[in-house]
Ligand binder design. Structure first.
Ligand SMILES: *Cc1c(COP(=O)(O)O)cnc(C)c1O
Length: 387
């Protein structure tokens, strides 16, 4: 036996692996920038860049020219700062007592979204002096944001300290992914009032879906997230983005099973023909959601089949219940020599759109990406490294 294991290649031998195409990422971000017209285009990289890795994604988008980034937490902002030295980094969850240092040291911009945060922020300014912030105003989403009346009053408040210097006023659309929804126009009208009240301060309303709603929604800065990562921003519209993430899992065993036998927990699937099954090393603990099982998952919306994998040019269905670390695929329709232990099966990527996998699970591409980002061996490719 040798003690030379130098040729160990974590990616080539991983049970579950994720390939992130940075070339496609940059193309998608540029496409969002093109569709944003004269508005500047930020990059939303919260939740570890939608599960794809904030370090590499941040560095790549920064190199591509992004200079405005949105993260959820100050910790994410501190990580991103290493890869985006000159960028403006906005923190969506804002600032709380005790967090002054991480904000100041990493030059992060807090997004103030409530009366409490505003009061705290004014006290920070009186202690430390001038520092930029952003304001989030609620125009009907009823998530984060100052109520409209409070925001308008703040804009008119001549007694507010001169050190209070918001650099951005923003709001978020509730129904941007549904272009025919009247809510979009209502939020647009409300936000126009807000941005007019804060004249001279940059305004931002549109996420990915909002960019597709048209130029009126773009204001000074757009905030695309999901479209940059290649997933659907507007369900039902042909997705013009390139897929960025490909998830693959290794087949660790194949087996032949007779008609009439059952598959996986609960015997939820009974085979109606002699079948060949591939046992694959990904399960719900990896974010491959149990709700994509082919049977035996009563909570999934009726009428939608289970998930599918892709191997050797063919789509193959999930068979029975997905388990913690393993999923079974029915590969009966493929010749044996095309499906062997050790081969990889695509769970989503260029052949199975992440949104199709998500739909099969009763969820959206956002959740699929952020769920599957955790346990993979990850590899980044760009145009240059692509074969
Ligand atoms: C997540 C988020 C975005 C990005 O949304 P996508 O739909 O992924 O483009 C933009 N703005 C805010 C406030 C967000 O929370």
């Amino acid at each position: 036996m040798t003690d030379n294991f130098d040729d160990y290649d974590a990616f080539a031998s991983a049970g579950l692996r994720l390939t992130v195409d940075l070339g496609a990422l940059v193309e998608n971000w540029r496409e969002m920038a093109r569709r944003s017209g004269s508005a500047r285009t930020a990059a939303v990289v919260k939740a570890d860049a939608y599960g794809l890795g904030i370090e590499d994604i941040g560095e790549t988008l920064y190199s591509a020219g992004a200079r405005d980034f949105f993260v959820a937490t100050a910790d994410e902002g501190a990580t991103l700062r290493l890869y985006a030295p000159e960028a403006r980094i906005f923190v969506l969850c804002g600032i709380w007592p005790g967090m002054e240092r991480i904000f100041f040291e990493n030059d992060l911009v807090p997004i103030i979204a409530s009366e409490e945060q505003l009061t705290f922020w004014m006290s920070v300014l009186s202690d430390y002096g001038d520092y930029p912030c952003a304001l989030q105003v609620d125009t009907g989403f009823n998530r984060l944001g100052l109520p409209m009346e409070d925001a308008l009053a703040l804009a008119d408040d001549v007694s507010r300290p001169a050190s209070f210097s918001p650099v951005l006023v923003m709001s978020h659309l509730a129904c941007g992914d549904d272009p025919s929804n009247a809510m979009n126009r209502q939020q647009l009208d409300a936000f126009r009032k807000v941005s007019a009240a804060f004249e001279g301060i940059e305004a931002s309303l549109a996420n990915s879906a909002g960019i597709f709603l048209g130029p009126e929604y773009h204001f000074d800065l757009t905030r695309p997230g999901i479209a940059t990562y290649g997933a659907e921003a507007v369900p039902g519209m042909a997705n013009p983005m390139r897929p960025v993430a490909t998830a693959e899992a290794r087949i660790i065993q194949t087996r032949s099973v007779r008609a009439g036998e059952t598959v996986s927990y609960g015997r939820a699937l009974q085979l109606t023909r002699d079948s060949r099954l591939a046992i694959v090393s990904a399960g719900y603990a990896d974010g491959y959601m149990r709700s994509q099982s082919s049977a035996g998952v009563p909570l999934r919306q009726v009428g939608i089949a289970g998930g599918q994998g892709f191997i050797a040019g063919h789509k193959v269905p999930v068979a029975g219940r997905i388990t913690m670390d393993l999923t079974i695929f029915d590969v009966t329709d493929l010749p044996d020599h095309l499906v062997r232990a050790g081969d990889y099966i695509e769970l989503f990527g260029s052949n199975i759109p992440v949104d199709d996998a998500a739909r099969a699970a009763g969820t959206i591409g956002y959740e699929m990406l952020t769920s599957m980002g955790l346990r993979h061996e990850r590899r980044y490719i760009s145009e240059e490294t692509e074969e």
